[in-house]
Ligand binder design. Sequence first.
Ligand code: RM4
Ligand code: MN
Ligand code: MN
Length: 397
Amino acid sequence: MTTDKQSELIARALDSFQIELPSWGFANTGTRFGKFLQPAAAATIAEKFSDAGQVHRWTGVCPTVALHVLWDLPGGASDAAEVESLAVQHGLRAGSINPNTFQDQIYKFGSFGNPDPEVRRAALDHVFASVGIARRLGSRDVSLWFADGSNYPGTQNMRHRRRWFEENLRATHARLGPEQRMLVEYKPFEPAFYHTDIADWGMAMVLAQAAGPRAKVLVDTGHHYQGQNIEQIVAWLLDLDMLGGFHFNDRRYADDDLTMGSIDPYQVFRIFHEILHFEWETGRRADIAYMVDQSHNLKGKIEAMLQTVTTAMELYAKAALVDHAELDARQRSCDLVDAEICLKDAFSTDVRPAIREWAAARGLPADPLGAFRQSGYLERITAERSARNLAAVSSYA
Ligand code: RM4
Ligand code: MN
Ligand code: MN
């Protein structure tokens, strides 16, 4: 249970907390071995917005949907009007725009890092088009993830590729509208398994700094080696004003895209804690886009997303309970045990009753998953979509 003061801290934290949903999280996806189709999965952009609308409706903290250009706007800018009206219809907005430079055949040996200047140019044109779509939709962030890399030692010149990346990222930055940002995501492996061109946060940061002041780093929690201290990366990026956003998901081995907090909730808490401690210390709000990047191929998609968002709210609320002044004092005097207890006290607090109160006060259900289950939405879309879904093995998203 929380005290009145704690409940107030939680309410204030949740009032300013938002987390973006990925459109691709509602579509049928699979592993490289197979796909288990879900009868209720979304197959069209209209269905993705409708499903995302459910998550926002019952949680109140997910007003935006991340879009993948090729999957969601295959017609490019001409699809923007439809996307806009769907968003409005479901009480949502278009969120970050994700170009796709990894699917076309031309990208077999890379996109921005491809030795062929024509391919680098084609990738750049697609990213330019994505910037245009983002401007048209009023989306602030263009979120860049590159599958570029190589599979065998000696087969590519890593220095040349780095320079080609720098060149195209600079050109991308020059295209941004004054209100826009670009986020550079890193990933150490997959689909390339020898070298990845933007393998870690340092490489992403160096490239973002070269690109321009509105280029920041995006941390996908699944894109790290085993045992890496992600909250330290977060702390450094905050201190250097280079943290732009997150893709949340959990992992056990690789980029598993499991439900946030399902394997290690303390990890997510520690990340939120670094951010809130930074805000306390500087008196400044960190300008960070929180996003989910998960695709559940076994769990029901909307239910898994509700579970994710509820977990995110709980862990954020717990982080809001850390007594920053006390922690600061304990750190300075190196009272190790007491400093750690300070953190763990917050983590161990049951914040669920306070979150239920917060929800009730804002006209939201105390139990988002229960409310969704009672709404009949899942039964309705299952009936509407199942014949089609079970007949067609659709593309990745
Ligand atoms: C990558 C990365 C990107 C996501 C793609 C689908 O591993 O996380 O953010 O857009 O997957
Ligand atoms: Mn990601
Ligand atoms: Mn990923």
